[in-house]
Design a protein around this ligand. Structure first.
Ligand code: B12
Ligand code: SF4
Length: 478
């Protein structure tokens, strides 16, 4: 039995907020390892014992302080994280990676290596998958895993030769050995449910604050939006679906084991706007289907919704979808099955921009979908983005107008971040943008620093961010 600690790096706490939900990527890797006799735990280095979270406008503002943490590698937060990892006495440590986390992983892994070079360190997740040369940058990490991590991590721990494990990048005297993406796991129904109990570094009280109600039923997305990491991360033509039966079984498992337990804190369910600056996130009474497009397969989603209705769970849930993957029947079934929020990536109100970002959807499709949701009484969040290459002030104005027209129940506003490995990233590099010289931690979509489009005026940017004010009179963040 090998001791393994799987780490979600700090991120929101540097922006003066935090993130307390179960990180599914490492939770899947952990449960798979545990099913094979190992002792794998999860450590969320972003967790804080606090019920209030910053709203979006204040996240944007937090960027100035955020940058300072990465310059001060002796800051007490880094030390606290390293102490917690070392206290676990791991034989292996695995980090999950988004682009914005790479610098944090570099800082932490270097400190761990200094303290105990015998600990093997692995990186997996989105950024590790998109950057096959990541080990050249993260010199204290031993292995990188590309794509699904369950089998690769298990083989590494079991001592299989890394150069023979599909998905693993390792080092040799002549450079990196890249064994390409891990083979697609064909029947994801057979994977054990993600780990929901072994949370390292938390008191018993704090464990009740972890939102363990995230569920993943689809791995991948068949679309090709050029700013999005999903098409490359999951490979669009290899999208895998769990069966409706397996998904419903996981809902039952969550309800029976985690929703009915006595709570010291009433962190139940969704989040409401408390004041202009803060949100209260109440955990473990809303399931979050993290699938890129929960409704992508119409017949499948109808069967899922019918099953949820028949089970009569009384569980509220939220999901991500596209307006062109809805119809009236789906919307009605969603309402009946307990859906309290659909999160829709509208992105832009300009058809010219939608075309240029390969959204494969028009504003008319979006209007129809939004109306169907409204008619069925299903609240929806509108994700919007600005800052696309060649976007003009007029395009942004169209977005603002369109956002108001569709009358979302919450507006989630972003500025384009050209993530490493996306088509947008390479297009921008071709155009001469030196994105590869930007610090990794800048790559998230609540920062003005990465604004690749300098033609959008401050005034219009402010008008766009003012959409956030509309949230004050709405149903709030869920
Ligand atoms: C849910 C979600 C969130 C949630 C929860 C995040 C979390 N840590 O769980 C919230 C809302 C908090 C969030 C926040 C952000 N997110 Co987000 N999120 C997602 C989403 C929709 C699902 C993630 C998920 O649970 N997937 C299911 C699991 C099973 O997949 P997985 O995590 O990829 O894990 C598998 C493999 O990658 C691998 N693996 C993962 N970790 C490890 C570790 C090891 C050691 C190994 C061996 C393998 C391994 O094995 C796993 C199982 O096979 C994805 C899109 C997507 N569909 O993947 C975006 C996504 C990951 N998010 C993204 C982004 C950009 C962000 C933010 C930066 C947004 C922002 N604020 O600007 C923040 C960053 C937060 C942070 N902590 O750093 C991007 C990342 C792009 C990039 N290159 O960085 C994605 C891909 C969206 C997109 N399509 O572009 N996010
Ligand atoms: S539909 Fe959503 S998840 Fe799929 S490629 Fe487009 S933005 Fe990414």
């Amino acid at each position: 039995m090998t001791k393994v600690l799987l780490v979600n790096p700090p991120f929101y706490r540097f922006l003066n907020s935090h993130y307390n939900a179960n990180s599914l990527g490492i939770a899947y890797v952990a449960s798979y390892l545990n099913s094979r006799g190992h002792d794998a735990w999860l450590y969320n280095a972003d967790f804080l014992n606090n019920e209030t979270f910053l709203n979006q406008k204040n996240l944007f503002k937090g960027f100035v302080d955020y940058k300072k943490f990465f310059k001060d590698t002796n800051h007490e937060i880094w030390q606290e994280i390293v102490d917690k990892i070392i206290a676990f006495e791991p034989e292996w440590v695995g980090y999950t990676s988004y682009t914005a986390n790479i610098t944090a992983i570099d800082i932490i892994s270097k400190k761990i290596k200094n303290l105990d070079p015998s600990i093997k360190q692995v990186i997996g997740g989105v950024h590790a998958t998109l950057d096959p040369l990541i080990l050249d940058k993260l010199t204290s990490i031993d292995y990188s895993v590309q794509r699904e991590g369950e089998h690769a991590m298990s083989d590494l721990i079991d001592g299989k030769d890394p150069i023979k494990i599909s998905g693993v990048v390792s080092r040799s005297e002549s450079g990196l050995i890249n064994n390409f993406d891990a083979d697609v796991i064909p029947d994801i129904d057979n994977l054990p449910f993600p780990e929901r109990d072994k949370f390292w570094g938390l008191s018993d009280e704090e464990k009740l604050m972890v939102d363990v109600s995230y569920i993943c039923s689809i791995r991948g997305c068949p679309y090709r939006c050029n700013y999005c990491a999903s098409p490359e991360h999951w490979k669009r033509n290899k999208t895998q679906y769990r069966s409706p039966k397996s998904l419903v079984n996981e809902m039952r498992h969550v309800k029976e084991n985690y929703w009915n337990r006595k709570k010291e804190f009433d962190y139940s369910a969704s989040a409401n706007t408390k004041s202009k600056n803060e949100l209260i996130i109440k955990d473990n009474s809303t399931v979050y289907f993290v699938d890129d497009i929960f409704t992508v397969h119409k017949e499948r989603i109808k069967e899922i919704l019918q099953r949820i209705i028949t089970e009569n769970f009384g569980m509220k849930w939220k999901c991500e979808a596209r307006t062109d993957h809805l119809d009236e029947e789906i919307c009605q079934l969603m309402a009946k099955a307990g859906c309290i929020r659909v999160k829709i990536g509208f992105e832009s109100g300009s058809d010219r921009i939608l075309k240029s970002i390969q959204k494969d959807e028009t504003t008319d499709d979006m209007r129809k979908g939004a109306k169907m949701l409204k008619d069925a009484g299903v609240p929806f969040t509108g994700y919007f983005m600005i800052g696309f290459p060649d976007e003009t002030d007029d395009d942004v104005r169209e977005t603002i107008k369109f956002a108001k027209e569709i009358d979302a129940d919450y507006y989630s506003l972003s500025v384009l971040a050209p993530y490493f490995g996306t088509k947008t990233y390479y297009d921008m590099i071709d155009k001469g943008f030196e994105l590869d010289k930007k610090p990794w931690e800048y790559f998230f979509h609540q920062t003005g620093d990465l604004m690749v489009n300098k033609n959008i005026s401050e005034k219009v940017l402010e008008e766009y961010l003012a959409l956030n004010e509309l949230n004050n009179n709405k149903k709030g963040y869920v």
